[in-house]
Structures are given as C-alpha cells and as structure tokens.
Design a protein around this ligand. Structure first.
Ligand code: ZN
Length: 426
C-alpha cells in the first residue's frame, strides 16, 4: 500500500478536522436520511425531485446553523450548503453527491457523499477551523436517471448550462415533466439564494461507496479514485426475413435471431480472449421481431455496453465488434450504431494527491482505483480539478436494498474527506 512518490504532509488544520469528525453523528445522520423513503427491507425509495426528496432536502439544510452558513439553488435545482471562507469572494471548494435513489435503492449510494460532506463541515465547526476559501456541499439533482432520463442532469447542467433546456421536457412514467418538478423543488426552499450554473470552483471532491467488490476483496478500507472508466454503447440490428417455422428449409433461411445469437457468442469470445481484467462488456437487451414461436425471426436487435479505463482499448474493442458483426452477417444484413460514447475521465493529479495524503494520514490500508460506475464527479472533472474517495461496499452490492458498508469504514471516509476539504480550501 505504500505510495510510489513522496506525499505532501497534511496541515495541522487538516489533521484537526479529521480528529473532530464525530462517527456517531455521521452514522446518526445517515440513518435519519435513510428514513426519507425508507422501506421495510432496509432499502430506500427516494426518486429525484419527489415530495420525499424535497422533505429530505429540507431536513438537510436544517442540519447546519449559524452565521457562517447559507444555502443556495441553481437553475437545475442543485442545492448548495455553503460554509463561508475568510475570503468569501474566492471560488469555493466543493464536495457532495446526490440523495435521489433508484426506485429501490440502498441507503448509501449518493447519500454517503452528502452526509460525509455534511459531517466534515460540522467537524470544521467543532474544531473551530476557518478556511480561506468557502466550502460548499452540493446535492446534485437527478443523478440516478431512473425517474428522468438522462442521469446526472444536475451536475452535467452545472458544467454545461446549455444542456439544461433539453432536460426540462424529460418526463417520468406518469408524464410529469422534470421542469415542473424542478420548479416545485426549488420553491420548497424559498429562503435559498439563487446561484448561477457553471460558476467557478476551486476544486471538487466526492466521497462515494465503491458499489463494486474490489476494496472489500483486497481487505482495503479506502480507495483513492484516479478516474472513471470510459464507455461506449452500441446497438446492433440484424435483418433477415420471416418465414414459416414448419415449411422453410434450414439452408434457405435468413434467420436474424440465429445470426445475432452467433454474433453475440463471438463477441463474448473476443472479449474473453483479451484476458483484460479491466474490460467490461455487457449485452443487456435483446429484442426480436416477430417474436413468435413458429416464425423465423426477421429482425434481432441487441445492445452492448463496453467499458474500460483506457480509450485506445475501447476504440480497438469497438472496431473488433464491428468486424465480428459484419463477418458474421451471412445472408442477413447487420448494422452497428454507436448510441453513446464517453472517454475515460482522468482526475486531476493535484486533487488526487491531496486525497492520497489524507488517506495515508488515516493509516488505513488503501489502493488507487478507477471507478467502474459514473458519478457526478465525472462531469465536475470537466469544470475544475476533481477527484473521488471510495469506501468499500459489502459484496460489491449496490442499487439494492442490501447495499451496506461497515460503520467504521464510513467514519474513516468522512475523516479523510474533512482533511481533504481543509487542505483544498487553504
Ligand atoms: Zn451514486
């Protein structure tokens, strides 16, 4: 676990902030937040901009008091709790995450980063620390993307305000518009000041549960996140002709489903042959027309979600997929469409090294890690120097009522976050 290059030491203020994190208060606040939308099975149902999320936002802002604090919203209903700096005109250091969940989510996804940030602010209060830069705790709107598509609307609109207009008409399954829920959510905190999107930030750091198995399996307590893997989404359509299952001879068929199934198997073999532990390839959707038991399929469409931390590997793998699809088409016609692509995110060295210094100061075993999942920090990294900190997830389970992390790990992560925020805001 030793670092490969010399680490800067932490300031005395940063060490003090870490020492003043109150583990019992942190866990208590996490448990209270989990009651907003809490379910019998331990899961949480708190979808973006719902009445439940609005109540949770109200509770959150009530956790900070005193003249140092103010709260603000922007045009994407992102909520910011601001702790004033000695020079309040300086760009803030920001931390945060999201409090919306999947229809049935766990109690820590997103919530952990918000409450760890809140505990860090309270620890600064307890330690009597004044920071040069203001520090803000962000609650990003609609990260999950399960009620309104796409996900990470709040953080992406913050970074790229022009994207907001297209989000406003996004509707949930009941036809309720994002725009109207955004307005209702902002109106529910009338005392919040308005702040512009895309305002300058000194740095952004986000704590999050890993949502994967790596830290736990390696016996590690903290992950210094150096980046987020890139992704490409492909949709492959194979077209043949429908025919009678009882009469069409096998050798005369143009069977779209058989062709697609063989192609999927070849793509899977190609992925396995690379023996690359960082590669992720998922065929998550398979649609067949006509979809009748006694008709040869005339069309089969499937999707591929391809992820890797390295752009060159993504691009090479994408080319291999295109080759396999065109070579395997036989008497059918096959086409590959790229639905979405996002290059890997590389976090800023200056923030990563501060996170690493605070992790080292915690004395806990750790590693550097690349995030498998997307996070708000992916967008913030396009706007200001950014990084993330992971704590382990039991069994790597997330988006599930069983999602959990040892309390000791949650507390250690909040301690590190407090140190990082002080260090960044000097
Ligand atoms: Zn999350």
């Amino acid at each position: 676990m030793s670092a490969t290059k010399p680490l800067r030491g932490l300031s005395e203020d940063a060490r003090q902030a870490m020492a003043h994190v109150d583990g019992r208060r942190l866990i208590g606040m996490l448990r209270v937040l989990a009651t907003f939308g809490g379910r019998e099975d331990g899961g949480v149902a708190r979808e973006a901009l719902s009445a439940t999320e609005r109540e949770a936002r109200r509770w959150l802002v009530e956790q900070v008091t005193g003249p140092r604090y103010s709260w603000h919203v922007d045009a994407a209903a992102n909520l910011f709790l601001r702790r004033a700096g000695m020079d309040d005109s300086l760009p803030p250091v920001m931390t945060g995450s999201h409090i919306d969940t999947q229809p049935v989510g766990g109690w820590l996804d997103g919530a952990y980063g918000v409450i760890a940030g809140l505990e860090a602010l309270l620890a600064l209060d307890s330690a009597g620390i004044q920071t040069q830069h203001p520090i803000e705790l962000a609650v990003w709107t609609n990260e999950e993307g399960s009620r309104f598509s796409p996900g990470a609307m709040g953080s992406s609109a913050f970074v790229e305000p022009a994207s907001l207009a297209a989000f406003l008409d996004s509707a949930d399954v009941d036809g309720v518009r994002f725009g109207s829920e955004r307005d209702a959510t902002s109106a529910a905190l009338p005392e919040a000041g308005e702040v512009p999107l895309a305002r300058p930030l000194k740095a952004y750091v986000e704590a999050h549960i890993e949502q994967g198995p790596i830290l736990e399996a390696s016996g590690l307590k903290l992950g210094v996140v150096t980046g987020i893997q890139g992704v490409r989404w492909f949709e492959i359509t194979v077209r043949g002709s429908s025919a009678h299952a009882g009469t069409a001879p096998l050798d005369s068929r143009r069977d779209a489903l058989m062709t697609a199934a063989t192609t999927v198997a070849r793509i899977g073999e190609m992925a396995a042959s690379l023996e690359d532990p960082a590669l992720r390839l998922t065929v998550g959707r398979f649609d067949v027309a006509q979809g009748a038991i006694n008709t040869v399929a005339e069309r089969a469409t499937f999707t591929i979600d391809l992820r890797h931390p390295d752009e060159t590997t993504l691009s090479e793998c994408g080319s291999r997929i295109r080759e396999i699809v065109s070579q395997g088409a036989g008497s059918c016609v096959a086409e590959v469409r790229c639905l979405m692509q996002r290059a890997p995110t590389v976090f800023a060295n200056e923030v990563v090294s501060i996170v690493e210094a605070a992790v080292v100061a915690s004395g806990e075993p750790y590693c550097r890690i690349v995030s498998g999942a997307f996070h708000d920090a992916m967008h913030l990294a396009d706007h200001c120097p950014s990084a993330m900190l992971f704590v382990p997830s039991h069994g790597g389970i997330s988006h599930n009522a069983a999602e959990d992390t040892d309390e000791a790990d949650l507390i250690e992560g909040a301690r590190v976050l407090a140190g990082v925020l002080v260090e960044l805001s000097r």
